[in-house]
Design a protein around this ligand. Structure first.
Ligand SMILES: NC(=O)C1=CN([C@@H]2O[C@H](COP(=O)(O)OP(=O)(O)OC[C@H]3O[C@@H](n4cnc5c(N)ncnc54)[C@H](OP(=O)(O)O)[C@@H]3O)[C@@H](O)[C@H]2O)C=CC1
Ligand SMILES: CC(=O)C(=O)O
Ligand SMILES: [Mg+2]
Length: 533
């Protein structure tokens, strides 16, 4: 245990050092009644003794990650202005335009910083525009970098860009912590973002930037605008794409072997065509192209649905990001109901990134189970309250045949005497490894190949025991080891793409490099710059 106390400190109770303070912390945590109270408790523990906080987190990931991250982080964000206790991240506001560089320089660890998670609060999980309340999502993602990949806490920078909010109830809330104005128009926001990214590179030259939870149009726009200029990636588009590609490799193998059909014959229906839906659809193209299909053939295996129904190319005013997958082979009357779309498409896999809770109804799920020996259903919207399908319903309605992964965690379910384990298809399996690999290789950019190789590495990380349980993702408790392997794959891809700047790694064998990566993973000791007990 790494408790930062000296045995001689007079204020310590006499028998304290003979007790396990981690157990005391867990008992205190478990005595809280709501998720939000647990979040607040953990936040206080992190402030009092960060080493102990991370030690408790690493030892109890299955219990604590759902508090620091989805689903409870959603409550923490929605209520952040009311539960706020202390500064714990960096706010850059629209009013800072013109001197963003000076604002960034107020962050103490400057040159030593390695990774920033940056949100503008405009689409936090599926909860919409939370404005300045979005900061806990950046903090939660960085805690996963620390726990999952072993990134050193003092090198992480949580950032919320406070550009205003279009959510009226926040603007009217006297305790709201953000600037009181509506969001800027596109031209003003572009100017802000350009100044911000230039300043980030100047102040934090070694930094990887992860864009998080920007509204869909801006998510695509700023990824395209900055990805060849800076070391940046978008977690919702690329991280989610990569993690779902990975789970899909394993799910498709299970489904095809049960049905005795070729693995290349899957048809995938996306319910939701925002940054996550289209990001995943684009990444899933590699599933088919790696099997030898042409781009055109691969594209034909993918169908997308938005709030107006099946997306077809003849729909007037179609948004730019929806055009690539818009169907050109359907000319009947518009298909708006999911059940009718499923009748038409006959998908082998249904993926939900729509934010519509319980959208996968009993008749939808039963129809999929009727037409597939093992239907693949991934309801990926977060948090749990917005998930398209509850796990126990999925098991009951398919008599246990479903291959399931959701964005937020579900507990195992018992059905007719058998225990079924769900998967969690969440980018948290991927971004820690992508970040670690990018940082260590000093990659100038995050390339498509780095993201694809991360997925392949994750897909192949299942143990025999996990395969025997029909899992499509490894158990979360192995995340550190898995992230090290993902980092290795990411570094090798960076080298192939010639974007790496750490020449040392080129001379190392895979085994030696893996050992180096693992040795670099931070353990919970010796954070000197945080306040102590
Ligand atoms: N599991 C994971 O790792 C991740 C999960 N997510 C989750 O994905 C969800 C979506 O995120 P994002 O893509 O950024 O959000 P968006 O709001 O951009 O996208 C939502 C999409 O769902 C569509 N939609 C809304 N209502 C319906 C409806 N009634 N029927 C069909 N489609 C509908 C929207 O249609 P329209 O375009 O017409 O408005 C839009 O295309 C969120 O809940 C988020 O938490 C995101 C990233 C990672
Ligand atoms: C998981 C995630 O990034 C999201 O729901 O936005
Ligand atoms: Mg996100």
């Amino acid at each position: 245990m790494s408790l930062s106390l000296s045995a001689s400190a007079p204020r310590i109770p006499p028998f304290f050092l003979n007790t396990d303070h981690r157990q005391r912390c867990l008992a205190q945590l478990r005595s809280k009644h709501t998720g939000l109270e647990k979040y607040i408790y953990l936040n206080g523990l992190k402030e009092r003794d960060p080493n102990l906080f991370y030690e408790v987190l690493l030892g109890n990931m299955l219990e604590i990650i759902p508090i620091l991250y989805t689903p409870t982080v959603g409550d923490a964000c929605s209520n952040y202005s009311h539960i706020w206790r202390r500064p714990e991240g960096l706010y850059v506001t629209i009013e800072n335009k013109g001197h963003i560089n000076q604002v960034l320089r107020t962050w103490a660890s400057g040159q030593a910083s390695r990774i920033a998670v940056v949100t503008d609060g405009s689409r936090i999980l599926g909860l919409g525009d939370l404005g300045a309340n979005g900061l806990p999502i950046s903090i939660g993602k960085l805690d996963l970098y620390i726990a999952g990949a072993g990134i050193k806490p003092t090198t992480t920078v949580p950032i919320c860009l406070d550009l205003g909010t279009n959510t009226q109830r926040y603007l009217e809330d006297p305790l709201y912590l953000g600037v009181r104005r509506k969001r800027p128009d596109a031209a003003e926001m572009d100017e802000f973002m350009k100044e911000f990214m230039e300043a980030m590179k100047d102040v934090f030259p070694q930094l990887l930037v992860q864009f998080e939870d920007f509204s869909t149009d801006n998510a695509f726009k700023y990824l395209d605008m900055f990805r060849s200029q800076y070391r940046v990636f978008n977690d919702d588009i690329q991280g989610t794409g990569s993690v779902v590609l990975s789970g899909f490799f394993n799910a498709a193998r299970l489904a095809s072997s049960a049905a005795g059909t070729p693995i290349s014959e899957h048809r995938v229906l996306f319910f939701g065509a925002g940054s996550a839906g289209i990001g995943v659809a684009k990444q899933l193209m590699s599933f088919f192209t790696l099997l030898g299909l042409s781009e055109d053939e691969a594209k034909k295996r993918i169908y997308t649905v938005d709030s107006k129904g099946l997306i077809t190319a003849d729909r007037p005013g179609l948004q730019e990001h929806k055009k690539y997958f818009a169907r050109t082979d359907y000319d009947g009357s518009a298909l708006t109901k999911l059940i009718d779309i499923i009748e038409h498409v006959k998908p082998t896999a249904l993926l939900g990134l729509s934010t519509i809770p319980n959208a996968f109804t009993e008749d939808v799920v039963k129809l999929l189970a009727k037409t597939n020996v093992r239907p693949i259903i991934f309801p990926l919207s977060n948090p749990v309250s917005l998930c398209e399908l509850d796990y126990s319903d999925a098991i009951r309605w398919t008599n246990g045949s479903v291959i399931f992964a959701s964005g937020s965690p579900y507990k195992p379910v018992e059905f007719e005497g058998k225990i079924y384990e769900p998967g969690q298809g969440n980018n948290m399996y991927i971004f820690p490894g992508i970040g670690l690999g990018s940082i260590l290789s000093k990659a100038r950019h995050v390339t498509d190949a780095m993201v694809e190789q991360a997925a392949i590495s994750l897909a192949s990380s299942l143990t025999n025991e996990e395969k025997d349980c029909d899992l499509v993702y490894p158990r979360l408790t192995r995340i550190r080891d898995i992230s090290a392997h993902i980092a290795l794959a990411v570094i090798r891809a960076a080298q192939k793409d010639n974007v790496d700047e750490n020449a040392l790694f080129r001379g190392l064998s895979d085994d030696a490099l893996l050992e180096y990566i693992k040795a670099k993973q931070w353990q919970p000791t010796n954070i000197q710059s945080f306040p102590r007990l």
